[in-house]
Write a protein that binds this ligand. Structure first.
Ligand SMILES: Cc1cc2nc3c(=O)[nH]c(=O)nc-3n(C[C@H](O)[C@H](O)[C@H](O)COP(=O)(O)OP(=O)(O)OC[C@H]3O[C@@H](n4cnc5c(N)ncnc54)[C@H](O)[C@@H]3O)c2cc1C
Length: 384
């Protein structure tokens, strides 16, 4: 294993791999990614739904998504791979006056930032998706440039190009400690040997608080289990079906392998690292699904899996440097949005490391310092 590196990234999930790619693309190629599992993406990344949306309630999240969508749109060309991004749109179904009011406010902000979003009536939505039950729906927001992507295609695309540009990815290499000398990181310790470096990026997903502790920092990130189930193929679902979010119940679905991928609407479980599937949640999830799409009532469930969200107090990530430990950079706490934000996060962190600050978007609202000043915390309301 290499003994010295300009940048060591801890975590080979979509965030760590995107950062590695963007660093290498900008000319910083003496970069190492350390991943404890035997595959990249084995953590939260491979457990996601692949959803990519720009419909958020806060300016920072809308901007992160809009910039990421630009990268997803040119991904296949840039990586020389097959198309991975399906811009089928996202529909948010709203059932109460309160939801209508807050989404109209969100749409105003989204439009001010240049996003094209429509507010549709239930009839207009049914014209688009006739198999949806709209009896309890008051209105719908629709952004047609939202969609979803092939998670593995994006991950492997970034990884392949990063390696071609010189990045080294070490699997089965768990980081056990980080040494700090005179307030600056100087070494990363692994079972396979040490690597000297002055820059360490924490991209450890749900484990990032453990990595923070290695340099004496408390990162307010908690892992919560979230699950997805997929039905056998259903012939009435068109390839063009948008992602659907039933905001009131938080049930979401989209087409997957000919069937319906369903998730959301789970009660807040206790935090922890358990990723065993809890089949007990299936009944209430399917009930919500049948209410919205009655045609799935006889569908058989083909598979299910569980993964972890990394949740912060305001459902927003922590991006950037930390006080008192020079050379330690965080890209953590992405809740259910880490995949969709991974392209721009990779770019922003590479700007921060190479130029000293992130220029494409001001990431100061996502600094860890915000938790010291309640007025600076703006929670994301549009979370699933
Ligand atoms: C059910 C579910 C649905 C989701 N749906 C969506 C969605 O539709 N859209 C979306 O944008 N996001 C979604 N997400 C969230 C998304 O999956 C995550 O935000 C994203 O994958 C985070 O990526 P990451 O690289 O930060 O974390 P991870 O993929 O978990 O990567 C972190 C990596 O760090 C490694 N690691 C940790 N500690 C160490 C160590 N000490 N040494 C070495 N390696 C270490 C881990 O093994 C892991 O591979 C969903 C998540 C779940 C669970």
């Amino acid at each position: 294993m290499i003994k010295v590196s300009d940048v060591v990234i801890i975590g080979g999930g979509i965030i760590g791999i995107s950062i590695a790619y963007h660093l290498a693309k900008s000319g910083c190629s003496n970069v190492v990614v350390l991943e404890k599992e035997d595959l990249i993406g084995a953590g939260s990344t491979s457990k996601g739904a692949g959803g990519i949306r720009q419909q958020f309630s806060t300016e920072i999240n809308i901007r992160l998504s809009m910039e990421s969508v630009k990268i997803f749109e040119r991904f296949a060309d840039e990586m020389g791979c097959e198309e991975v991004f399906y811009q089928n749109g996202y529909l948010f179904l709203l059932s109460t006056e309160e939801e209508m009011k807050s989404f109209k406010k969100n749409v105003e902000l989204q439009r001010d930032l240049g996003l094209e979003v429509d507010i549709l009536s239930p009839d207009e939505m049914r014209a688009m998706i006739p198999f949806i039950n709209t009896e309890d729906i008051l209105g719908v927001t629709f952004c047609r440039s939202d969609g979803y992507a092939d998670i593995d295609g994006v991950l492997q695309g970034f990884a392949r190009e990063a390696k071609r540009l010189g990045v080294k990815i070490y699997l089965k290499t768990e980081v056990e400690g980080i040494e700090v000398e005179n307030g600056r990181v100087c070494k990363v310790r692994t079972r396979r040997g040490d690597i000297e470096t002055h820059t360490v990026i924490n991209a450890g997903g749900p484990y990032s608080a453990i990595i923070g502790k290695m340099v004496g920092i408390d990162l307010p990130i908690t892992p919560f289990k979230r699950q997805i189930f997929v039905t056998e193929p259903l012939d009435f679902i068109p390839d063009s079906m948008p992602m659907i979010i039933d905001f009131h119940t938080k049930f979401y679905c989209r087409k997957e392998s000919g069937g319906l991928l369903m998730g959301g609407g789970e009660k807040k479980e206790s935090s922890g690292f358990d990723t065993n599937v809890d089949w007990g949640v299936l009944e209430s999830l399917v009930e919500k699904g049948i209410h919205r799409i009655p045609g799935i009532k006889d569908a058989r469930i083909k598979k299910g899996w569980a993964g972890l969200y990394s949740i912060t107090l305001d459902f927003n990530p922590i991006l950037g440097k930390v006080p008192h430990v020079e050379g330690f950079v965080c890209a953590v706490g992405f809740s259910g949005h880490g995949f969709m934000h991974s392209p721009i996060v990779g770019k922003l962190i590479s700007e921060l490391i190479i130029d000293g600050e992130a220029s494409t978007i001001d990431i100061s609202p996502l600094s860890i310092n915000r938790f010291e000043d309640k007025d600076r915390i703006i929670p994301e309301e549009n979370v699933i």
